[in-house]
Design a protein around this ligand. Structure first.
Ligand SMILES: [Zn+2]
Length: 338
């Protein structure tokens, strides 16, 4: 989970925040049209016909874009002005759209060189909270002493992706458990442990896993619709997970960094879990096969039977890709036969 620091001190930012986040805007046909395919992904954020959106500009030399790409559903936006963090919200979906920014009448921001940029890097938000007790910057800085790189900059829009994020979320009173929504995160929620060093290690590990997941997802989930590599059904992308072909926990650092080879799209309706449990795998010819030890009757058996009745070649299978062939072989010989 990340925390996005979003300064909103300027008068226009204050007005925009009040109007399109704290009050929210009607999800009408014009907004739906401007959102296009993103409409489906913002749907969980619509409450009684009201959608809450806010955005930032790409920045000089598009400097914010890479950071923006790090944001995942479940991340927390911390709005700050006048010396304190004063409102929080949770990200449901991110999108880039000058058209939506125009429709929101957010205006533009002048970057160095004089260009006017719309606030086109947009998040759809839920769980918007105006903090009854704002958290002052100096309080937050004190709390972060010794956490990650410590200090943060309250003047600049930024995405905190390291160990500071969980500490900031706690201080802001927002739950740190990742929410499994549009781009779910394959890490366990932080568990209470006695040893502070262990907590630190867990948080670091989670942050690293989340960054890897986002990188892999960019290669396997492209656009609003994604085909599951195992059942070959096409789902809205929010129901498709970027799965590790070889379990992440078993991968070396070098293997984890093979982001173009290690991942495949797996639907959360069953294929992702069945593959993870080793009840489904991919054989040396690329066929999706079912483990003999799977149940013979019941809902899981019904699901697995489709692969027997209608054999299919895994979409992520590529005999020319030796890395991928190796990852599938690991799964077939280790996870599948357990
Ligand atoms: Zn599937």
């Amino acid at each position: 989970m990340n925390v996005i620091i979003h300064p909103a001190a300027r008068a226009d930012a204050q007005a925009n925040l009040q109007r399109t986040v704290l009050s929210g805007v009607q999800f009408d046909s014009a907004l739906q049209e401007a959102l296009g395919d993103d409409s489906k992904f913002v749907a969980p954020a619509i409450d009684n016909g009201v959608l809450r959106l806010y955005g930032t500009n790409p920045g000089a030399k598009d400097g914010k874009r890479a950071k923006f790409a790090e944001i995942s559903p479940g991340d927390i936006v911390a709005f700050n002005w006048n010396g304190a963090f004063r409102a929080t919200a949770r990200v449901v979906h991110t999108l880039e759209s000058p058209a939506v920014a125009g429709l929101m009448h957010w205006g533009t921001f002048e970057v160095s060189g004089g260009a006017q940029q719309p606030f086109q890097l947009i998040y759809a938000l839920t769980d918007v909270v105006a903090l009854a007790r704002p958290v002052r910057y100096d309080t937050m800085q004190t709390r972060l002493l010794g956490v990650g790189s410590g200090k943060f900059d309250n003047q600049s829009w930024n995405v905190i992706t390291d160990a500071r994020a969980a500490a900031m979320a706690r201080e802001l009173g927002t739950p740190t458990t990742p929410v499994r929504t549009a781009a779910p995160v394959p890490v366990e929620a932080p568990t209470a442990v006695d040893d502070a060093d262990d907590t630190q290690t867990d948080i670091d590990r989670m942050a690293r896993a989340r960054r890897e997941q986002a990188r892999i997802r960019r290669h396997v989930v492209i656009g609003a619709q994604t085909e599951c590599a195992l059942c070959l059904r096409v789902y809205p992308s929010m129901f498709v997970w970027a799965a590790h072909i070889k379990p992440r926990s078993e991968c070396s650092d070098a293997e984890r960094n093979r982001v173009t080879d290690i991942g495949m799209a797996a639907c959360t309706f069953g294929c992702d879990q069945l593959y993870e449990q080793g009840l489904l795998t991919v054989n040396a010819s690329g066929l999706v096969i079912v483990a003999d030890r799977g149940p013979a009757t019941g809902a899981v058996a019904d699901y697995l039977r489709q692969f027997v009745d209608t054999p299919r070649v895994c979409r992520a299978w590529d005999p020319a890709n030796t890395h991928r062939v190796g990852f599938f072989a690991w799964h077939r010989t280790r996870a599948f036969t357990m």
